[in-house]
Every structure is written in structure tokens, then in C-alpha cells.
Design a protein around this ligand. Structure first.
Ligand code: ATP
Length: 327
């Protein structure tokens, strides 16, 4: 059933937090909802959980309209908010039985144990929540989102504040849950979306700027994008030779070769580049598109949506560097 959002608008007074967005999330996939702070992720998620109505547009979650049938939606959605309101003096089991009671779940004891088991916490069932690590508490939150066996899981930045090992554990758990549920997973960490998600929806200032598989988005930007050239010979002469080639706007020295930026996205400059390099007496070792990661895709797409051209970057931003910046 999944999630289907069409032309959704949500305003807070004068502020339009979500400006007519459309996207979908399918069952059996983890869909990443990616965007910087204030992009509108939490607002959208709150609408999709049936807790706050949109101003206009449509959102169908697990087959029910969030506006017309919000109770049916709430029964089928598990929501992990950014800050999980846990009762710290309760044990994990008691807390989950309490959530089960609120949710009207039958056989609360069995269900509490089943979800604790699902998130790998059955051994800590009788520990008070305040004695659990942050990562474990986040898993209790996830267990509470699963208590009523929902088809759809909406997770708002679930890895924030966790240590690196806890982050990896939680990502694995989310990937596993994605195989049988519809999971919408928000993050502002680009490499995280690339690792966890089958599909990403990129939102910026309340607007969707792109959606698709991370690899598809990368391929789209690599087409007609920057080219990396590695060749043996005098580097200064090589740089000069490459700059003479038609359709080359800029050539810059990067750690692993020369990065060429074409003038136009339409004409592929590679055949002319290869000729110039070989005819110039250089040994051509490698010519390939510069690998684009989600970090670069995000910068490029948000710039495109703002109508500003992307600057030429000399060095690839690696996924790891993006992660370090975000951590
Ligand atoms: P973050 O990662 O920082 O949580 P986000 O992508 O989830 O960001 P939202 O929290 O949905 O973004 O916020 C989108 C916009 O709506 C922001 O400009 C924010 O200031 C505004 N906003 C959010 N909640 C409210 C509110 N209750 N009242 C007024 N404005 C709000």
C-alpha cells in the first residue's frame, strides 16, 4: 500500500512549511526523506501520521486518506518522533505494555516481549529505561512504534545522537524492517541515506528537488558532468593541452588526476579529450566521470532549484567526509 503524497501543502500561520509536494514510498523499501534543517521533513511526517491535517493536497497512507480517515491511518502507522517521550522510571517491558494499552493492543505482555525481541532488547526487558544507553532507548522507541504491528513506519531522524556503533545497529534494523514494511526514514546525513535507503526523496525549503534510487540520481548528474583524466607526462603541459579542447570550460588539478568541467551538458567532450591527450604524446591512463555522491547531488539539485549554477569543485567530496561533517 505504501505512501502516496500529492500536492501537499502545510502552513503554520504565515509560514508555508511544505509547498505542494508529491512523492511516494513503496512497501518493501526504505525511502529516505532527505533535507537540511528546516526543510519540512518533520512537518510532512506529522501530516503522514494523521496527527496534523494538511491545508490542501492529498496523502494516502496504507490505503487511507490522512485527512478523511486519520484514525485508520494512525492504526496502520508506527511513528518514531525526533525526541521519543519515554517514561524513564518504567522498565522497557512496562513501558511497552503501557503503549500497547493506549493503542488498544490485545495480549499486551506477549506483544511487548515480541517487539523487544524484534529490536534486539529482550535481555533488557526488565531494565528501567533510564539505565539504558541512548541507542537502546532509541530501540525502545522503535519497539513502541511497532507495538500495534503497523504496515508503515515513519522514523524521524532515528540515528541522531547515537554513537557510531549504535548508528550502524539501528541502520541494519531499519533495513531489515524495510523488507516487510513501508519505511519512511528522515535524515540530514547524506551518506546515511545512501547506505540505508532504496530510494531517496530530497526536500529543500518545503519543495521536493529530486526523488529516485541513489544510483539513478548519481547517474543523472554524472551524465554530462565532470570528467576525471589521468595521464602520464608533464602535468603543466597536460593541463595546457586539455584546456585547449573544445567544450572544456575548466580543468583543475585534483589528487587523483585532472578534473574537467565541460561547457555544455549536451556535447560529450571525451572523444576530443582523448585525441588531444594522445596526439600531445601523453600516456592516457584513465578517463571517467567523476563519481558523484549524494552530498554533491544534494548541493547541485538545491542550487538548481534556487536557480544558481553549481560552482566548480576541484576535489570530490567523499561520503565519509560528508558523514564527518554531519556527525
Ligand atoms: P529539522 O531537521 O530541523 O527538524 P525539518 O526538515 O524537519 O527540520 P520542519 O521542522 O518540518 O523541518 O520545519 C519546516 C519549517 O516550518 C521551518 O521553517 C520551521 O521553522 C517551520 N515550523 C515547524 N514547526 C512549526 C510550528 N509549530 N510553528 C511555526 N513554524 C513551524
Amino acid at each position: 500500500m505504501g505512501i502516496e503524497v500529492t500536492d501537499l501543502i502545510k502552513k503554520y500561520g504565515e509560514v508555508t512549511a511544505v509547498k505542494g509536494i508529491s512523492f511516494s514510498a513503496e512497501t518493501g523499501k526504505v525511502t529516505g526523506f532527505l533535507g537540511p534543517n528546516g526543510a519540512g521533513k518533520t512537518t510532512t511526517m506529522r501530516v503522514l501520521t494523521g496527527y496534523t491535517p494538511p491545508n490542501s493536497g492529498k496523502a494516502v497512507v496504507a490505503g487511507y486518506d490522512v485527512f478523511e480517515d486519520s484514525l485508520a491511518v494512525r492504526r496502520r502507522v508506527g511513528y518514531l518522533p525526533e525526541n521519543v517521550p519515554l517514561y524513564r522510571d518504567m522498565t522497557a517491558r512496562d513501558y511497552l505494555m503501557y503503549v500497547a494499552e493506549i493503542r488498544g493492543v490485545k495480549q499486551r505482555r506477549d506483544r511487548a516481549l515480541a517487539v523487544l525481541n524484534r529490536v534486539g532488547l529482550s535481555k533488557r526487558a526488565d531494565s528501567r529505561i533510564r539505565t539504558l544507553s541512548k541507542g537502546m532507548r532509541q530501540r525502545v522507541g522503535l519497539a513502541s512504534a511497532l507495538i500495534h504491528d503497523p504496515e508503515v513506519l515513519i522514523l524521524d531522524e532515528p540515528t541522531i545522537g547515537l554513537d557510531p556503533i549504535q548508528v550502524l545497529e539501528l541502520r541494519d534494523l531499519v533495513k531489515e524492517l524495510g523488507q516487510t514494511h513501508t519505511v519512511l526514514f528522515s535524515t540530514h546525513i547524506l551518506s546515511e541515506a545512501e547506505q540505508v535507503c532504496d530510494k531517496v526523496v530530497i526536500i529543500n525549503r518545503g519543495e521536493i528537488v529530486a526523488q529516485g534510487a541513489p544510483a539513478e540520481l548519481r547517474a543523472e548528474l554524472e551524465r554530462g558532468g565532470r570528467i576525471l583524466v589521468r595521464a602520464g607526462g608533464d602535468p603543466a603541459r597536460l593541463l595546457e593541452a586539455v584546456r585547449q579542447v573544445d567544450n572544456v570550460a575548466e580543468a583543475a588539478v585534483a589528487p587523483d588526476g585532472l578534473v574537467i568541467t565541460p561547457v555544455s551538458m549536451v556535447n560529450d567532450p571525451r572523444p576530443a579529450l582523448v585525441r588531444a591527450i594522445v596526439q600531445g604524446g601523453f600516456d592516457l591512463l584513465e578517463i571517467r566521470p567523476v563519481a558523484v555522491n549524494l552530498e554533491e547531488i544534494f548541493l547541485e539539485l538545491t542550487r538548481r532549484s534556487a536557480g544558481v549554477a553549481a560552482p566548480q569543485q576541484e576535489v570530490e567530496v567523499t561520503a565519509q567526509a560528508a558523514e564527518e561533517t554531519d556527525a
